[in-house]
Design a protein around this ligand. Structure first.
Ligand code: 8YV
Length: 343
């Protein structure tokens, strides 16, 4: 039996319910102790908190399959201690999120939403839209050089802009200037693009002193996690003009956006749409389903998170079991394809 914590794409739900006995926790609100013991998998979205206490509710849990690349909402270390693997959906969304970062960067610097509003409000007839800032001759610092950070750097390499990055470590295979300290990079760049994951390690690493180092013409873009930036510091910096503009797709307490950010004339705000195209969300759904199928068919995970990798080493006893036990026969159109079973 699987428990699903939040509603998901229809095609994912259809594919899951064809193959598994799925209990929708947000509808049922409770499970009997007997049912809790039958739960072998949790299906989580990017916003469902899966902490140690939830994990321990299900003594026979084997896998938490999460929709999205970021898994800061899941206590993957506690899961590993319980012998539970966690999977996410990396790679299939990298290009989509990187595209959005570039769009948000241009929109923020060239004030595209503001200019569009100006036209729609009928102001063009009374004069041209005020001149914007420029991307030309600007230096960009990328915070976080994971898959998405790299894809952003790759796209920006066609923009004739100076690029550099800060990450926990230097990436030897990347030919870009590396800053060991975030402050050092912030002092040298005009634009900071946050592409770091969430979680305790990155929480509030961008605080007021870092923001102020970007300067009054500085720009901050965040497509990583809201928690990386101390949001109230950013709001204050925008208000006081110690930073020029902000383009944000992610926020600390989504869907809440602080009024100071929302009302600022140089903020561009999006409702966390980095990966939100039909194509990419379907691919993420497919990967989530593939992870579950592969686990229950052959004790393998397609995309386990790093904390789960030791659990998947040969020789580690695992409890992944036969899919037959979990099958729930049903009808319906299959829009998600299943990975082929191994003979
Ligand atoms: C997710 C995201 O699609 O993948 C992530 O980590 O931030 C998003 O793009 C979203 O959180 C899914 O619920």
């Amino acid at each position: 039996m699987l428990v699903q914590l939040q509603p998901m794409l229809e095609i994912v739900e259809a594919a899951l319910s064809r193959r598994f006995n799925v209990r929708k926790l947000w509808e049922e609100r409770w499970l009997s102790t007997e049912d809790a013991c039958r739960v072998r998998g949790i299906v989580a979205s990017g916003h469902s908190v899966v902490d140690a206490s939830l994990l321990s509710t299900f003594p026979n849990l084997e896998i938490v399959a999460s929709f999205g690349v970021g898994y800061d909402h899941i206590d993957a270390k506690a899961a590993a201690r319980q012998g539970v693997i966690v999977t996410n959906t990396p790679d299939v969304l990298t290009g989509e999120v990187a595209d959005l970062a570039i769009g948000l960067l241009i929109a923020t610097v060239r004030q595209l939403p503001q200019a569009e509003r100006y036209l729609r409000e009928g102001k063009w007839a009374s004069g041209p839209f005020p001149l914007s800032a420029s991307l030309r001759e600007k230096k960009v610092g990328i915070l976080g050089l994971g898959r998405i950070g790299r894809a952003i750097a790759h796209r920006l390499s066609g923009f004739d802009m100076a690029l550099c990055y800060h990450a926990r470590r230097r990436h030897e295979d990347v030919n870009l200037p590396y800053y060991e300290s975030l402050a050092g990079m912030a002092k040298d760049v005009d634009i900071l693009i946050v592409a770091a994951p969430g979680g305790a390690e990155t929480r509030h690493i961008v605080t007021r002193p870092i923001i102020d180092l970007l300067g009054p013409e500085g720009v901050i873009i965040n497509i990583g996690r809201g928690s990386v930036i101390a949001e109230l510091d950013l709001a204050a910096a925008l208000k006081e003009g110690t930073i020029g503009a902000a383009g944000l797709d992610v926020f600390e307490n989504e869907p809440v956006v602080p009024a100071e950010i929302l009302d600022h004339p140089r903020s561009v705000v999006l409702p966390h749409i980095g990966s939100a195209s039909v194509r990419t969300r379907n691919a993420m759904g497919q990967l989530l389903v593939n992870n579950l199928m592969s686990w229950f068919e052959r004790n393998e995970a397609v995309t386990p998170v790093i904390e789960s990798v030791p659990l998947l080493q040969p020789g580690i006893p695992r409890c992944g079991g036969s899919l037959a036990e979990l099958h729930q026969h049903g009808s319906g159109t299959l829009s998600i394809t299943m990975p082929p079973s191994r003979q």
